[in-house]
Design a protein around this ligand. Structure first.
Ligand code: LMR
Length: 333
């Protein structure tokens, strides 16, 4: 009974609560668009666990997965307005903010492996790209991996000719648009949360994504064929609202940076496994046919997409492109 009375009193107190008390936790709303059981979803949960631990509860992190709070475009606006504090959008989604250089990651076959990726994300170019976020009111804290992209459609995609006239959903990147145009396909920008339904109803015929995203969104259930192309990469920049970040007490910012560093190592260490496991599950489901290309078919795809580099050099910046290629070649490309 006493407990009940106490509860009612607490509710009343809450209802009449004024401005946040000094010892109220600092809340970080972390919104993202993928499922919780993906490299990004798991990274966000790890960050929450470590941030709350290292700040001894002074910071509370609320993770909102699967576009439950905002879709792609809206979440970036919400971050700039301060309605959420943290996101991890794919680097293919910064073009609409006016930062086109990140689209260098979208050039077909630019990243041969994760070693080359690390050379960029952990080197001076990665740092330089994150700095470009600051005039937009954002701070880039880390790069998180997902993995390499595969093609899917309701028709078999083997040779470049097979792509002709096929409608593909893409992320909001002009480089991805150019990539599909090079294949004579019809690219269409669409929020990630809408892809499954668009594939199911035939609004688009196909899409490109990582095994982890395909599996957790059940895209394999509405696509008859998947082609193992590894032609591109999806990864993330973890970003915070700059005003929020700069306004944090220095000790808290330090503890959050430590949590972010460890969450990044955790997430990146298992991204490959997450994608391998997702591929195994897709195969096990028997719901789609997985096509592997021969060396000649792979070479034909690379050849058709090659002109995209020239075409998009001025968009991503020739200097950025040169530096990217220098780093990845040094990694044994
Ligand atoms: C997509 O839109 O396909 C991806 O960027 C989703 C994600 O966040 O991995």
């Amino acid at each position: 009974m006493r407990k009940l009375v106490f509860t009612a009193a607490s509710i009343a107190a809450l209802a009449f609560a004024g401005p946040a008390a000094a010892d109220d936790p600092i809340v970080i709303k972390f919104s993202h668009v993928v499922a919780a059981n993906t490299p990004k979803g798991l990274g966000a949960e790890k960050f929450k666990e470590l941030a709350e631990k290292y700040t001894a509860g002074k910071v509370k992190v609320e993770v909102y997965p699967n576009s439950t709070l905002y879709k792609d475009k809206e979440e970036l606006e919400a971050l700039q307005l301060g309605s959420v504090q943290m996101l991890a959008p794919s680097v293919s989604k910064f073009g609409p903010l006016g930062i086109k250089e990140f689209e260098v990651f979208d050039l077909p076959y630019i990243l041969p492996n994760r070693k080359a990726l690390r050379k960029v994300t952990e080197g001076p170019l990665g740092e330089k790209l994150l700095k470009m976020l600051e005039p937009k009111g954002l701070v880039g804290l880390a790069y998180w991996d997902n993995g390499f992209k595969q093609m899917s459609a309701n028709k078999k995609l083997v040779t470049p000719d097979d792509y002709k006239g096929v409608k593909f959903r893409i992320q909001s990147s002009k480089v991805l648009q150019a990539q599909f145009r090079a294949l004579s396909a019809l690219p269409q920008v669409m929020a990630f949360s809408e892809v499954y339904q668009a594939l199911q109803t035939g609004v688009v015929d196909g899409q490109e994504n990582t095994w982890s995203n395909i599996y957790t969104q059940k895209m394999h259930e509405v696509q008859k064929y998947m082609t193992q192309t590894n032609h591109g990469y999806i990864g993330y920049a973890v970003i915070v609202n700059k005003k929020f970040w700069d306004g944090l007490p220095a000790d808290i910012r330090g503890q959050l940076s430590k949590a972010m560093k460890e969450a990044t190592d955790f997430s990146n260490a298992q991204s490959q496994k997450e994608n391998d496991d997702a591929l195994a599950e897709i195969k096990k489901s028997g719901k789609t046919e997985i096509i592997t290309l021969t060396a000649e078919q792979d070479a034909a795809m690379r050849k058709v997409m090659e002109p995209v580099y020239q075409e998009m050099a001025s968009r991503v910046g020739q200097a950025v492109l040169d530096e990217f290629q220098k780093e990845t070649k040094a990694a044994g490309n």
